[in-house]
Design a protein around this ligand. Structure first.
Ligand code: SAM
Ligand code: NAG
Ligand code: NAG
Ligand code: NAG
Length: 742
């Protein structure tokens, strides 16, 4: 058998397949549609033109062919294409939001948009909603097909848009009338879009080269939406090394070939070359793959939405951002060859951006496959307690585990350290923190609180495309676009940690204690809170069934994120019952949930309130993060790698504070990796710098390793029993600091 990539059809086989496929589809869809309703008549007329009429078309030049193809369809074009050509609004709104951010960072003298293969001009009408046409100095619509342009002329005349110019030209060699006088060296067009036209164009290399010549080299956006099929992904066969901008969607052999053959007769080419040249020639800023639902379940044609920039735009800015972050080589290099002296990954591994480069570039790695979502949507450590011991100033350089990002945002609000490195192996934790940073930067307080306070925003998808997208990486955009229902009902009930909240709610519900949960969260003083806890909730929480559940290793890991090694440490100090008792009992009499002990409030209610929420969700904290062009959050650098790899990529004495949370609990006692991390920490910290950790054990085994490496240890809080809470979470048995004294 031949491998599928080399499959060849004879002309006869090819034609037979065509006729069969088309006749079957026409029969299956056309006849019932015709019978059902007159409303679908345009669809049927379109099917006739698209499927059967081309048999008659003379094989003459491109223009004659297009005129002939669209002649009978021009009037019905817009009515029939809404369902077929989806993703156009997505592409246009992304172009608009990215262009707006570019214009804000380096204001344009003139704003010019060229829509190539724009047909009936419906894109220009759609765009008006996202970027008013009157705010462009000029808009050009280029198309080769007279019948469609006739529709466009009428449309623009009706709308009274005088700055929109229609040019009947071949995209391979288009020329703007203004080029003779206005364009000077180094200037160019600000936005070019190609919607469902690249796949139709002969000479696509020339078209894209022409596009490249016309775009402003520094500050321009290119937007494409089109049908596609991909190559068989070779990275699946060879050793994994997926380019960041490669196609993610899986195709079966059948659908790959089916769509190519299906479109071929209309001179729409779905083979991967166009997209691959596009992504070679330009840098990818955003990319999203989807299937349209022309006929739900039956006909789902794959399309992609892609936003890019000329590669000339910001390679220098990217290397600058790497220097700024004091990273010698990013994890891009550290994964692969730490010995590489220079930072020189292949061009397509840079990620291009228009906003702030918070996220460090990373290779999509096999390890990441196991992380389909984030584990923690919030951080389960008390940053106020951290701040009492961190002694942070604006000169500090902090490294912490990314997690939900709540603690690091707290540090940024309280002290505004110069640099905050966040490290997490799970790319989705990075996507989450990118979203938080971008939302703080781009949204108003009320919108932001709806998302992360109430966990609910009815229009997240629109916020994402129109405001947030320019500030997040391609990978994060793709993640949130795929999960755009994350804020549709209850954000904090998603992810692994959401399971714990959900189950806790279920337990209280089954015990008929839901009202007491609400009362506890509403208690006005500690006496009342304590009374509700002891009389109504504690008996439910510490009943034998719940304790048995908490004892179960699978539950510990899947819902609470407590791995086996850590669970063992906790059991060595006593039973699960004692652990839970010591955690929860003192809290009820120490911190009021209603006015600031937001951790358990979230756990019980599934959302925060204005009175009780992390600092970044308060009006003043939010304002602080946004102040002075988001100075505090521009200190963030998000790494997607193991702590050890990131440690190895950072230069000596480049950090002053490191917060490793409970990460060391995860290792088996005596693990050599712990010593490797401690050794690196000693090298990375300046004299006077410290490492902080929490543990499920009162005296974790690895304390001795810190002491042996030359650190001076201080116990900042050790839980002794059920009497006193060491912080508002009180879930860890101890909190330690190790200082490098010489
Ligand atoms: C499928 S239509 C898309 C129209 C519109 N952009 C949309 O999204 O609905 C493809 C358009 O590309 C135009 N086209 C194809 N080849 C072209 C070429 N070489 N130069 C200019 N336009 C071309 C066709 O005339 C047609 O209007
Ligand atoms: C582009 O930036 C300039 C200068 O800040 C501003 O006056 C103009 O309104 C911006 N244009 C758009 C369309 O946002
Ligand atoms: C047309 O462009 C000019 C600048 O060339 C601009 O001042 C004007 O607002 C634009 N008008 C419309 C209706 O688009
Ligand atoms: C913003 O910058 C100014 C001047 O540099 C400074 O005085 C002010 O405190 C800063 N504001 C915040 C909230 O950081």
């Amino acid at each position: 058998m031949k491998p599928p990539g080399q499959l060849q059809f004879s002309l006869f086989e090819y034609m037979t397949l065509h006729i069969a496929v088309r006749a079957a589809l026409l029969g299956a869809c056309g006849v019932p549609v015709w019978v059902l309703s007159r409303r679908f008549r345009p669809q049927l007329r379109f099917m006739w033109y698209a499927m059967l009429q081309p048999w008659r078309a003379a094989k003459t030049g491109q223009k004659e062919r297009l005129d002939d193809f669209y002649n009978g369809q021009a009037e019905i074009y817009d009515a029939t294409r809404d369902r077929l050509t989806q993703g156009r609004e997505s592409m246009l709104s992304l172009c608009a939001s990215h262009l707006r951010v570019l214009n804000a960072s380096s204001p344009k003298r003139r704003l010019v948009w060229v829509d190539i293969g724009g047909g009936t001009g419906s894109n220009i009408e759609l765009m008006d909603k996202y970027f008013p046409i009157s705010s462009f100095d000029a808009v050009y619509l280029i198309d080769l097909c007279e019948p469609l342009l006739e529709v466009a002329r009428r449309r623009f005349a009706t709308r009274g848009w005088e700055n929109v110019t229609i040019l009947c030209q071949d995209a391979q060699s288009f020329e703007l009338p203004e080029w003779s006088d206005v364009i000077q060296v180094g200037e160019g067009v600000d936005l070019i879009t190609l919607s469902y036209s690249l796949s139709m164009m002969d000479g696509f290399h020339c078209v894209l080269d022409r596009v490249h010549q016309s775009l402003s080299p520094q500050n321009s956006i290119l937007g494409v939406v089109d049908f596609y099929t991909n190559e068989e992904p070779h990275y699946r066969r060879k050793n994994f090394e997926k380019p960041a901008d490669g196609s993610k969607q899986e195709f079966t052999w059948f659908s790959r070939w089916f769509w190519r053959i299906f479109f071929d007769l209309d001179h729409v080419c779905l083979s991967p070359h166009r997209r691959s040249y596009l992504q070679h020639k330009f840098g990818t800023v955003k990319c999203y793959e989807e299937r349209n639902t022309y006929i739900p379940f039956l006909v789902q044609i794959p399309y992609y939405v892609w936003i890019g920039r000329p590669r000339s735009c910001d390679v220098s800015k990217i290397s600058q951002s790497l220097k700024d972050s004091e990273v010698k080589g990013t994890n891009l290099v550290s994964n692969k060859a730490t010995s590489l002296g220079t930072f020189a990954p292949p061009l397509n591994h840079y990620y291009y951006h228009v906003g702030t480069p918070w996220r460090m570039p990373y290779y999509d790695n096999q390890v990441h496959e196991q992380f389909r979502t984030y584990i923690y949507s919030f951080t389960w450590e008390d940053p106020e307690e951290d701040m009492r011991h961190l002694d942070l100033t604006a000169d500090d350089s902090v490294l912490a585990i990314t997690s939900g990002g709540d603690s690091v945002l707290h540090y940024a609000i309280s002290a505004g350290p110069a640099r905050i490195h966040c490290v997490d192996m799970n790319p989705c934790q990075g996507h989450l923190v990118e979203l938080k940073l971008a939302a703080i930067h781009a949204l108003e307080y009320d919108e932001f609180f709806a998302m992360f306070g109430e966990g609910r925003h009815p229009d997240f998808r629109n916020l994402l495309d129109t405001k947030i997208a320019p500030h997040i990486s391609a990978a994060a955009y793709e993640f949130w676009r795929t999960n755009d229902d994350a804020f549709s009902s209850a954000f904090y009930l998603r992810g692994y940690s959401g399971w714990a909240i959900y189950l806790m709610g279920l337990v209280f519900k089954l015990a008929g204690a839901s009202q007491h949960v609400k009362d506890l969260c509403n208690a006005e003083n500690l006496q009342e809170q304590e009374r509700i806890w002891w009389t109504h909730l504690r008996p439910v929480m510490l009943n034998p069934v719940v304790v048995a559940l908490l004892k179960h290793p699978t539950f510990c890991w899947n819902a609470l994120g407590v791995p086996l090694n850590q669970r063992k440490m906790l059991l060595d100090d006593g039973g699960v019952y004692e652990y839970v008792r010591d955690s929860l009992d003192p809290l009820a009499s120490t911190y009021l949930l209603k006015t600031g002990a937001y951790f358990y409030l979230l756990g019980l209610l599934g959302h925060y309130t204005h009175e009780s929420c992390p600092a970044y969700l308060t009006r003043s904290g939010f304002a602080q993060l946004k102040a002075n062009s988001s100075k505090a959050i521009n200190a963030f650098r998000l790494h997607t790698d193991s702590l050890l790899n990131v440690f190895q990529s950072l230069p000596d004495k480049s950090l002053t504070r490191v917060i490793v949370m409970d990460h060391l609990d995860w290792f088996a006692p005596g693990s050599a990796d712990v010593d490797a991390e401690i050794e690196n920490l000693f090298r990375l910290l300046d004299v006077g710098g410290s490492v902080f950790w929490r543990s499920a054990a009162r005296t974790p085994w690895y304390n001795a390793n810190f002491a042996a490496a030359g650190f001076q240890l201080t116990a900042l809080g050790v839980r002794t029993g059920p009497e006193i809470a060491i912080d508002r979470v009180n879930m860890y048995a101890s909190f330690f600091k190790a200082t490098k004294i010489k």
